[in-house]
Design a binder for this molecule. Structure first.
Ligand code: XMP
Length: 181
């Protein structure tokens, strides 16, 4: 049975501070574009909410939409990606910032990027709270990264294990089960 490590890997305060810095970078690059922010559900819901509340302080008011991409069962990525919810806003001709909780194998981000590009976006950028580069199996990087982490399975701040722990306001390690592709 996987065990939740009680002490945070990344605390609530550290997350907030880091997002503040990411937002400054995003604002520097994208402030003068009419941005469409597309969050990948479900994992990015908390990150997206905090991100847009800090973008607002930097005088950015992006359009906000969500797609629903799924590939995981337990701690294992099935590699079989499915889009369960399409964006409801038109992406054609827009500058799009894709937001996800974590870049792991990279399959989800690659899939989302291709999907948005195929629909005619003018520019596609990506922003993730966490990056696990050692797990990458497809060639993709994010333009804005919160934290680079080792190969550990993390939960909290929107990330789950079988639907649980998304509510934690911080990130914690779930021990006792290896992550696989
Ligand atoms: P890929 O492998 O496509 O993964 O880059 C992206 C999606 O996989 C989920 N994921 C995780 N979820 N703890 C989680 O709770 C993790 O350590 C983890 N690694 C990947 C996540 O939903 C992400 O959007």
């Amino acid at each position: 049975m996987p065990q939740l490590r009680k002490e945070p890997l990344i605390s609530e305060l550290d997350i907030k501070v880091r997002i503040g810095h990411m937002v400054l970078d995003i604002a520097k690059d994208l402030k003068h574009q009419e941005l469409l922010l597309v969050g990948i559900l479900r994992g990015s819901f908390m990150f997206t909410a905090d991100l847009v509340r800090l973008l607002y302080i930097n005088d950015m008011h992006p359009l906000i939409d969500f797609v629903f991409v799924t590939s995981y069962e337990g701690t294992q990525s099935t590699g079989d990606l499915r889009l369960l919810r399409e964006p409801s806003l038109d992406v054609e001709g827009r500058w799009v910032l894709i937001v996800d909780d974590i870049l792991d194998t990279g399959r989800t981000m690659k899939y989302a990027q291709e999907y948005i590009k195929e629909r005619g976006a003018a520019e596609v950028r990506s922003c993730v709270l966490l990056d696990k580069p050692v797990r990458r199996v497809v060639d993709v990087q994010a333009d804005y990264v919160g934290f680079t982490i080792d190969d550990v399975f993390v939960v909290g701040y929107g990330l789950d294990h079988n639907g649980r722990y998304r509510d934690l306001p911080y990130l914690a390690i779930l021990e006792g089960e290896a992550t696989f592709e």
